[in-house]
Design a protein around this ligand. Sequence first.
Ligand SMILES: [Zn+2]
Length: 239
Amino acid sequence: MKKEKRYYQIRIDYFWLSILAVIIVISIIIAYYASAHEQTSSQLVSTKHRADIDVTFDDLRSSLENTSECYLCGNAEESLMSYFRNFDTIGLISLNDWYVIDFPLKNYDENGNEVESATSTSFLSGNTGEISYSSDGTPSRGMASIDVTLLENYEIDTNMLEDHLCQNCLSKVAASLEYRKTDGENKEAIPLCIVDFKTLEIYSLQDYWRAYFVRDYYVEMDFDDNIVRTEVFYLPERI
Ligand SMILES: [Zn+2]
C-alpha cells in the first residue's frame, strides 16, 4: 500500500515536469520568432535609413558674356582672385559673395611676392554678411586654419555663380557642390569650397569629406551645424 502511493507520487512529478518542459519549449519557440521578427523590422529600418540622395548641380549654365570678368579665372575687380593667383598656397571661397580667404601658409608682400620672415603667427577675422570667419597661420611651421560660421539658414545662390563664372569655372564649382542627404531631409549645399591658387582647381567642402590632399597641402575639415572648421598642413613628399 505504501509502495503504491509512492509510485503514484512519482507519476505526479513526471506529469508536472512534462508540463514544465512543454512550457519551456513553447517559450523558446516564441522567443525565437519574436527575435527573428525584430531583426526583420530593424533590417527594414536600416534599409530605409540608407535611402540617400546625391544632389547635383550639373544643370548650371553660365550667363557671363565677357569671360575675362570671370570671378575665378578672369580679372573682375570684385574678386580677389587676380591678386591671390600669384600665391603658391590655397584658400577658401565663400561662394554666395565670392569672398576669398587665403590660408596664411607663406608670407607674401602686397604685390603677392613671397617674402622670407621670422617665426610669426598671423590672425585675421571678419564678417562679410554671408559668413563670419577667423583665420590663423604659422608660415614657418607650414600650418594654418580657417573657421567659418555660416548664416543660420544658408542656401547656395546658384544665380550669382551663373552670372559671374565662365562655363569652365562654373562646372568646377558645380561639381564641388554635390552633396548627400537622406530622403526627406531638409539639407542644403554648404556655400563654401577650397581653391588652389596655383592651378585654379576647386575642391569640395561638403560635409561627407574629412580630409584630402591639394598638391602638398593636407586639408582637414570638421562640420558642426553651421560651423565649418578647416586646417591645412604643408606636407611635401620626402624625396
Ligand atoms: Zn572662369
